[in-house]
Design a protein around this ligand. Structure first.
Ligand code: KG4
Ligand code: ZN
Length: 382
């Protein structure tokens, strides 16, 4: 870890955290340079993601360390353990992506990191490191909105959507329908009034005795489940509007689990059938709301992103439903549906190219409405 660590010790020696004029040293290259190599860091929750994105050549390398094994015994993410592990993993992962891409730290033209929303301690690790490295290297640095990263992840694919589109963001913390007219031009159309879709998957999984995060486990069991055995409600579909609610589904799942237990024991087949009924209900609800949003906005392009967009049944149900209406759905590669550094490097690269940079006093934003983001061509700090 000589290269990166070497640079780091230099920064600590020369510049304080809020050194006056720090922003002005962050421009080694002219900001209008159309080619940039961007280092992206994602540390908002329980995954350390690092990537190198070149605005001409595309994604050069990415590396991910998932903390799942660290948190599994607690049944959820333990914030302090998450922060500590990001401290351990981020620098080695930066070394890894540099080696994989055949690049040197000196080749990097800018650094993008997740500034929020997320766990405050975990965010601070990425923020501190990104800003320290950028100051040491004399390059611009920019805090990226985690959900904007998810939303733009499908842009990393060869076949990617054109603006405007409707985006369904479905992660562990968010369920939102957003109209997207361009980068930073977001209008919230609807969102969950209670649990996020991913959170509902995680809670249902817990009721079935499955480990955290539960989404992939529910999806696996659902494959063996009988879709006709239980009929779960499709929450809020008969109400107008584009909001969601998943807490009723959670109660229905709990009652069904209890009814199986009361009838003897909760068998493996019971678990598969419940997982299937639960997944079908979530998927059907999301499909109905996505179609409604597209109709309301008069658009034919849907983007789905965030951890739950990795769900194969959700993808195929949306493909099928939208094809009937001449609409098309775009999603990231499965690896880039859940948290990763590539989406942060990409989103950061677009904004850094447009001249947006952090000022010297930027802080992490554990809560951060996406509508507060500036449009791409309005350089707020630059
Ligand atoms: O985007 P993400 O990695 O982290 C957040 O920003 O929250 O999303 C994680 C969520 C978890 O709730 C997880 O259970 C869910 O995404 N998830 C899935 C699947 N893979 C991950 N849910 C349903 N089906 C999947 N295949
Ligand atoms: Zn996420």
């Amino acid at each position: 870890a000589k290269g990166v660590l070497g640079a780091k010790s230099v920064i600590c020696g020369h510049y304080g955290w809020f050194a006056p004029g720090a922003a002005s040293i962050m421009r080694r290259r002219p900001k209008w340079n159309p080619k940039m190599l961007i280092l992206g860091l994602e540390t908002s929750c329980d995954e350390t993601g690092v990537a190198l994105y070149d605005t001409e050549r595309g994604l050069l390398a990415h590396a991910l360390f998932s903390q799942v094994d660290i948190h599994v015994e607690y049944g959820g993410v333990v914030p302090e353990l998450a922060s500590r592990d990001h401290v351990r993993k981020t620098l080695p992962l930066i070394e890894e992506v540099l080696a994989e891409a055949g690049c040197l730290a000196a080749d990097i033209d800018g650094v993008a990191y997740t500034a929020g929303p997320g766990l405050v301690g975990a965010l601070m690790v990425g923020t501190t490191l990104a800003r320290a490295l950028a100051w040491g290297w004399g390059v611009p640095v920019l805090g990226v909105h985690h959900m904007e990263g998810h939303l733009l992840a499908p842009m990393l694919e060869d076949e990617h959507p054109e603006f405007p589109f409707v985006a369904l963001l479905v992660s562990g913390g968010h369920t939102q329908l957003v109209r997207v007219d361009g980068i930073g031009e977001y209008r919230l159309l609807g969102e969950s009034l209670d649990d996020a879709a991913g959170e509902a998957f995680d809670k249902a999984a817990k009721m079935l005795g499955l480990p955290y995060p539960g989404g992939p486990h529910i999806a696996r069991l659902a494959q063996q489940g009988d879709s006709t055995r239980f009929d779960f409600p499709r929450p809020m579909v008969n109400r107008p509007g584009l909001d969601f609610s998943f807490s009723g589904l959670k109660t229905f799942t709990l009652n069904t689990v209890q009814a199986c237990r009361d009838a003897g024991e909760l068998t493996e087949q019971d678990k598969c059938d419940i997982a299937r009924a639960f997944e079908d209900a979530v998927v059907a609800t999301l499909v109905i709301k996505c179609r409604r949003a597209l109709q309301q906005q008069g658009l034919k392009t849907l983007v789905i992103a965030g951890g739950v967009s990795a769900n194969v049944n959700l993808r195929s149900a949306l493909d099928k439903a939208l094809a009937k209406e001449g609409a098309k759905v775009f999603y990231p590669a499965p690896l880039f549906c859940t948290d990763n550094g590539a989406m942060i490097a990409y989103a950061g690269a677009q904004r850094l190219l447009a001249g947006q940079v952090d000022d010297a006093g930027t802080r992490v934003r554990p809560r951060w409405p996406m509508e507060e983001l500036p449009p791409l061509h309005k350089a707020v700090h630059g």
